[in-house]
Structures are given as structure tokens and as C-alpha cells.
Ligand binder design. Sequence first.
Ligand code: HEM
Length: 423
Amino acid sequence: MTTQPADRTPIRSAADVNLTDWDFWARPIAEREHAFRLLRDLEVPAFYAEPELSFAPAGPGYHALVRHADIVEVSRNPEVFCSGDGGATNIVDMPAEFVEYFGSMISMDDPRHARLRRIVSRAFTPRMIKQFEADVEAAAVRIVDELLAKGPGCDFVAEVAARLPLKIICDMMGIPERDYGFVFDRSNIILGASDPEYVSDPEAIATALLTAGMDLQQLVQDLAAHRTENPTGDLTSSLVNANIDGERLTAQELGSFFILLVVAGNETTRNAISYGMRLLTLNPEQRRLWTEDFAGRTPGAVEEIVRLASPVNYMRRKVTRDHEMNGHLYRQGEKVVLYYWSANRDESVFTDPLQFDILRDPNPHLGFGGPGPHFCLGAHLARREISVMFRELLTRVPRIEAGEPEILFSSFINGTKHMTCTF
Ligand code: HEM
């Protein structure tokens, strides 16, 4: 898979790798794989300066954690490695004006995190989950009907991969179909702001992010006002009306939670589906294995797609007190960045880690985060969406193949922007 060309010197040793340098993220995937392999072999994790951004001052730097064992231990230990205090989804501390929109539970610690997670988890009642499952089936069937009607040569990302998660998140919240395009464009900006296709002027990134956040917040708050008066069975209704313990989200909490759901639930699943399609194209023997026993091999295939796709490249934590971990001292106030993409290729855990192997067992990947309080809230839904989408594709369009992907320019999301498909 390739990215846009850049003038690059070869990476010969870990000293040639700088994860803060934007040029690193323009390198082809194979070069990045090689670089992370060199970093995993280091005795002590590499330490980098923070990126220079026009809208946030750079902090003191960060340790790049690239080994599976380190990331598991950090995730398990939120009292020492916290997600708040500047945010988990960014290396540089989030400026105060961003917290309103992007400061939801993923960037909080207990007790605030536990409270929000409790309210939200209660809203996902078994009846609602059953409803989503039915919605996923119906939506995937419709997407494949329309793909067949459109014919080969179209963009797999726009016509297939992006549509399912977008529809499901919007249905869940009660956002009508006429607003899907509005939500899609804003979520592309929030996670794709570093790519010139979404924000062409680097100086305009902060404004673009804040405007997209504001737009989404307004959309859901208008809906919430309506649902407070006229509740339906959707998630917005459950979140704005008190649950059995009398708990509910405030308007600000609802807005930032919706933004989190839209970006966390949309872009990630979309990229897993696109990456999975490319993996199946490049590995016809794995496709054959899967189709021979679709139901039996689906759980393993889905985990393997998420492992190799690693749609979320990293999360960040801050050290709350001096702490020794795996032979290295981390000091209070320092930052650590957890590179899931690297952990999912750690040769001390995965045999032949670059091999796509749908029968891999066990497969303790960290694509949905490590074990701990922030483990992905939508993992069940994402697995369901990926399974059903591939069931429809592989049974109804069995000869579908993906062309060369156009990769998103981002250090945070491993994304595919466009990818032609033939069948
Ligand atoms: C393949 C698809 C997905 C991947 C790879 C993924 C990955 C992740 C990762 C790495 C985390 C962070 C864990 C941490 O900080 O320790 C996370 C958290 C989260 N994800 Fe997902 N995710 C996916 C799909 C979804 C979906 C479909 C939804 C929503 C319906 C969702 C909602 C969330 C939320 C709300 C959190 C924050 C949880 C918390 O802080 O307690 N994700 N996800």
C-alpha cells in the first residue's frame, strides 16, 4: 500500500526514525513497518519532541511505547497512566477551547469517566442492541444491492465501507438520512484535518476542527431538545431523559459524546472494512478459507482484519506519579504514546506478524485498545458491522477485488480515502 511520494532517506537504524516528523507518515506502509520493528528492538523506548502546531504549544515530549507488553500494562493501570489532563487522542495537550467538543469520556479519568460510561452503557439496552443488529443486516443488504446496480469501477470507500458505520451511528442517535452527508463531511474533517484533501491550509486546521465540532454539537442539541419533549426509542432519547438512577447527560456532555461516537464509530469501522477488502484481494487463499466456512471462520477473520488494519494508530496517556515499568522509569508529568499498530505487529506475541492469517489463534490484538476502563465501547457493534458487510460481499459479489488504496495522510488514523473496486 502506498502513500503520497516524499523525498525520503532510507531508514537504517532506530536513530533514523522520528515519529513526530510529518514526512514519516508519508512513507509507504512497508517502510513504517520496518521502522516500528527497529523501535521495538530498542532496550529503552524512544523519546521524541512534540509536534509544533499553530494552535497549541508543544509540551515536554513523549515516550513512544511500541511493544505489546508495555501497552497492555499502561492500559491496565489508569491511576498511573491517565487519559485526562490534556486528552488521550492527541499528543500535544488539547487547548481549552477544544475540550467543549472533543473532551468526552475517552479523555477523562474516574470518577467522571465512570459516570459517563455508566450512563451511556445503560442506554444500550438489550432491546436497542437487537434493533441495531437488525439495522446492520438491512443496511448491508441495501449497500450491496446499490453496489451491484452501480457496477464495477466505483470507489469502494464511498460506496461500501463508509456507508454502513455512518448509517448505523446516525440511526442509533436518531439523525435523519438527509443529514448523513453533513455528519460524514464533519467527521472527515475531524479525523482527516492533517490531509490536504480535507483541510488544504495547515493554518486553518484549528478553525476547521472547531467549526466541525460546533456543527455536530448543534445538530445533536437540536435533536435532543426535540427528544426531551417527544422521546422515541433512540439513544438520544435515553441519554437526555433520566434513567432508572435518575442520571442523564447535560447538553454539553451529549454534544461531545455524540462527536466522539461519530468519529470513533465511523472512521474506524470504515477503515477496517476497506483494509479488510484489500487484504482479501492480496491474499486469495485466505479469502478461499473464509468462504469455505463463512460462519465458522468469521470471528477469527474479523479479529485478524482489525489487528492488521489497526484503524486507530495510537492513544496517549500522562504519568501521574513516578513509576517503573518493564525496567524503565517513567516520571510524573511525562507523556507516553501507545502505538497499537506496532503492538499488533509485535513478533514476541504474533508469529509471522505481517502475515494475514484468519485462523490465527490466539489473537490478543490491541486494535480496540488494551484491557482497562477505556476499552472500545463499540467493539461489539464494529465486529458485527464488519462480519455482516463481508458476508454480503463475499456471498453476493464473490469476485470483488480492491485496487491500490489512496492512504489518508495522518499519524493518528490508519485510513483509506479512496479505493477502486472491480467485480
Ligand atoms: C474497528 C472499529 C473500531 C476500532 C479499531 C476502535 C478502536 C478504539 C480504541 C483504540 C479506543 C481507545 C481505547 C483507549 O483509550 O484505551 C476506543 C475507544 C472508544 N470507542 Fe472504539 N473503535 C472502533 C469502533 C467503535 C464504534 C463502532 C464505536 C461506537 C459505536 C466506538 C466507540 C468508542 C468509544 C465511545 C470509546 C471511548 C471509550 C471510553 O473511553 O470509555 N468505537 N475505540
